[in-house]
Design a protein around this ligand. Structure first.
Ligand code: ADP
Ligand code: MG
Ligand code: ZN
Length: 503
């Protein structure tokens, strides 16, 4: 079977961008961390046994009546404010009608033309350049349940013998944040998309409204991408790549769509308006379902819920609780840490800001925190294609390693090997040091023995030192460090050597 043009052919990204300008629109769903669901009292804990967190309301049983979760509304307002949105004085929920087995009511309680927050903006920084992103709206809705398809090869419904459905997630509050179209220089588009989702994660985390775990689905991104001929002002047809679940994948999925759509257009084809699936393993998207703007969900105002009319006093109270805006915070941290613009840019680009903040809070100097997060961990994350927070090494481990360096039990070189062990899951820093035999030799007699060996083996160097060239002693320190296989504190060796040579 020849692969269809819409699925397989791509052109080089540089060729695509020479001919077309990409346009993006990002839809981010965030699951709130409220204790109970949006319209009932069921708990929301992740990972509970299937269907153990359900009730007549979230199962959509006849006659059950929903009630709005005040905390959910509060979080929605906070998110809206943090994104510089206007907050509706009065808005309603709406029923979005469609059938889906994991949605027991056969409609999703959402918001339609009356979102709680709208007309906002935010900023992201990529390669030192600031890009403004306009926010169309942030609205409240509820999550669906989760289907598991059994018997097929791919875990998808095609080829499955039967499906299981878990309604624990049905009714968990979601906020959908939708951008206006984003038009930035083509070679920055994918990085801007990634930076936006990453910035949102940090912002939502700072607001305390969500766990923002992309790997657990509490932050999900749908990426709309279209192309238009360079310089044209007419929007092209967009595709919507669903549920991209890491920052890096957002960047890859946008890049892939640009290269695929360019190939379609170059060959005289038309981009289909459709949803697409992202495949993490192969780095491609494949066709999902066709989606027209005229899809008719028969939206109508939810008759079982009262309108939401947040008082201006409440909105202002919530505004007063907002954390510092990210750009202000970045500038403050840069100053506190004494980082140059370039260093700060590396930190942001490496997504290492939050980990460094958390590590510094544990008492580690900023420079050391940066060294480990950027030098060791971000590099490893990059090499293995993971997000930094999926590595399994956190601020606590970094602080522990740094403490050992400060105490003189490790030097930087050995510390690097401890990180290697941490990344390989070899246990705690102490266990790794034990297993790999990494501790610094601080025992003076062992060091003095090595110094004696170095002096005996390098009489020419000793002569130079004795004839008034103390700088030559550096070669002896090198010899001692080599003898000790790096497991000595260089400053200590220098001190003992100087005493021995009488310098
Ligand atoms: P849908 O119902 O398809 O999810 P939404 O309004 O929720 O529609 O989101 C559509 C997203 O796609 C918005 O972010 C919007 O800015 C973006 N968008 C609309 N038209 C285009 C286009 N031609 N190219 C790229 N993105 C687009
Ligand atoms: Mg949408
Ligand atoms: Zn319930």
């Amino acid at each position: 079977m020849t692969p269809s043009l819409n699925d397989a052919a791509v052109v080089e990204i540089s060729d695509a961008l020479a001919q077309y300008d990409p346009v993006m629109g990002l839809e981010v769903h965030v699951e709130l961390n409220t204790k109970s669901k949006m319209f009932c009292g069921c708990p929301t804990e992740f990972g509970a046994p299937p269907n153990s967190q359900t009730c007549p309301v979230c199962l959509g049983l006849p006659g059950a009546l929903p009630v709005v979760n005040r905390r959910g509304v509060e979080s929605a307002i906070k998110i809206g404010l943090a994104l510089n949105c206007e907050i509706a004085e009065w808005c309603r929920f709406a029923r979005k009608n469609y059938f889906y087995p994991d949605m027991p009511k056969n409609f999703q309680t959402s918001q339609y033309d009356e979102p709680i927050a709208f007309n906002g903006w935010t900023e992201v920084v990529v390669d030192g350049e600031t890009y403004r992103i306009e926010i169309e709206r942030a609205h409240m809705e509820e999550d669906t349940g989760k289907s598991t398809h059994i018997g097929g090869a791919t875990g998808r419904i095609h080829g499955a013998s039967h499906s299981l459905v878990d309604y624990n997630r049905a009714g968990i509050p979601l906020i959908e944040i939708v951008t206006k179209t984003i038009e930035v220089p083509g070679d920055k588009a994918a990085a801007v998309a990634r930076a936006y989702v990453s910035m949102l994660r940090d912002l939502l985390f700072a607001l305390g409204v969500s766990d923002v775990r992309m790997d657990q689905g509490s932050l999900r991104c749908d990426a709309n991408v279209s192309l238009k001929p360079r310089g044209s002002s007419t929007l092209g047809t967009r595709t919507e790549t669903k549920n991209v679940n890491s920052f890096r994948s957002v960047e890859r999925a946008v890049t892939y769509e640009i290269t695929r759509q360019a190939a379609v257009l170059n060959s005289g084809g038309k981009v289909l308006q459709e949803t697409r699936h992202w495949h993490e393993d192969t780095g491609i998207t494949t066709s999902g379902r066709e989606k027209s703007d005229a899809d008719d969900y028969r939206y109508f105002p939810e008759p079982d819920l009262v309108p939401v009319a947040p008082s201006r006093e409440w909105v202002e109270e919530l505004r007063a609780t907002l954390p510092e805006a990210p750009p202000v915070r970045r500038a403050r941290l840069q100053k506190e840490w004494g980082f140059t613009d370039l260093e700060m840019r590396d930190v942001i680009n490496g997504n290492a800001l939050e980990p460094i903040v958390a590590t510094v809070e544990l008492g580690v100097p900023a420079a050391a925190a940066k060294k480990w997060w950027l030098g060791e961990l971000a590099r490893a994350a990059n090499e293995s294609g993971q997000d930094l927070d999926a590595l399994g090494v956190g601020p606590a481990e970094v602080a522990e390693v740094q403490k050992l360096v400060d105490e003189g039990s490790l030097n930087d070189k050995l510390a690097r090997q401890v990180f290697e062990g941490l990344l390989a899951g070899e246990g705690t820093p102490a266990e790794i040091i034990e297993k790999r035999g990494l501790a610094l030799v601080s025992d003076d007699s062992a060091l003095l023995d090595a110094i004696d060996r170095a002096i005996a083996a390098n009489p020419d160097v000793v002569e130079k030192v004795n004839s008034g060239k103390p700088a030559a002693a550096g070669a002896l320190i090198g010899a001692v460090m080599k003898d000790m296989r790096g497991q000595a504190d260089a400053a200590k060796v220098r001190q003992l050597l100087n005493e021995k040579l009488g310098i």
